[in-house]
Design a protein around this ligand. Structure first.
Ligand code: GLP
Length: 254
């Protein structure tokens, strides 16, 4: 596990985009596991800029997204499909048919989960999985208590997650109650993991995840057991780690 401290959001986004573009350059037909949320937006912007300069090419890339709200169509402006199109896919040369997001309108949840697991496997697995982190340590929509052995499944969102995501909707009532998410097993199967965290409201989640015990109570803590996990965080997100541990910008491996 490596932790990099970023000076600010621009630095964090550039560092993340560097790692993603390195993956794309090393393996032009790589499978990228992508994430939504506000945290990775800057990295997507940076990649778009480098794409426009001709420095990185997504033509052969495939992608699988972590999660999607149940009940939202891809045209709904709060769906994760819409987010990905608007923040990334529409601005680069990835083939849309090679981008995958769970179908929020799938009539049968179990069939949809099976289909999505099959998509990931038929692509040969994920080369690099990008992750944000929830204030309660969730990754994707794997909320505290999620079983570590699950692949894609349907989850009931916690009130905390619905409340923190309500800022993007007209009101709390509009926030879906359920979502499809890749499970912890799917995430842990990725060859490389890149987790981004910004802001003080992530400080506890980051400390608990990487300096506490591995427990389903803190879903991201399982990443301690991944053998190629990189974390990039700003000073606010690192504040508790700095306060409570002797970690000092030293990249360490476990
Ligand atoms: C959502 C997403 C997660 C994301 C989290 C944090 O719940 N399902 O994948 O990591 O929000 O979002 P943000 O980056 O906006 O803090």
């Amino acid at each position: 596990m490596r932790i990099y401290a970023a000076k600010d959001y621009a630095d964090l986004s550039r560092k993340a985009a560097n790692i993603i573009s390195a993956q794309v350059i090393m393996k032009p037909n790589a499978v990228l596991g992508l994430a939504t949320g506000s945290t990775p937006v800057g990295a997507y912007r940076q990649l778009i800029e480098w794409y426009n300069k001709g420095d990185v090419d997504f033509f052969q890339i495939s992608s699988v997204n972590l999660d999607e709200y149940k009940g939202l169509s891809g045209e709904h402006d709060q769906s994760y499909r819409y987010f990905m199109n608007h923040n990334f896919f529409d601005h680069i040369n990835i083939k849309k048919e090679n981008t995958n997001v769970p179908n929020g309108l799938a009539p049968d949840a179990e069939t949809e989960c099976r289909r999505y697991n099959h998509v990931i496997k038929s692509l040969g697995g994920i080369d690099l999985q990008l992750l944000g982190i929830g204030g309660n340590g969730h990754i994707g929509f794997n909320e505290p208590g999620a079983a570590f052995e699950k692949e894609t499944h349907l989850v009931t969102l916690t009130e905390q997650t619905r409340e923190s995501n309500a800022r993007f909707f007209a009101g709390l009532d509009e926030v879906p109650t359920h979502a499809f998410t890749m499970g912890i097993k799917s995430i842990m199967s990725a060859k490389k993991i890149l987790l981004l965290a910004t802001g003080e409201n992530k400080a506890k989640a980051l400390y608990d995840s990487f300096f506490g015990p591995v427990t389903p109570g803190v879903p991201a803590s399982i990443l301690q057991l991944h053998n190629d996990c990189t974390i990039i965080a700003d000073e606010e997100a690192l504040s508790l780690i700095r306060e409570k541990t002797n970690w000092k910008d030293v990249n360490y491996d476990n």
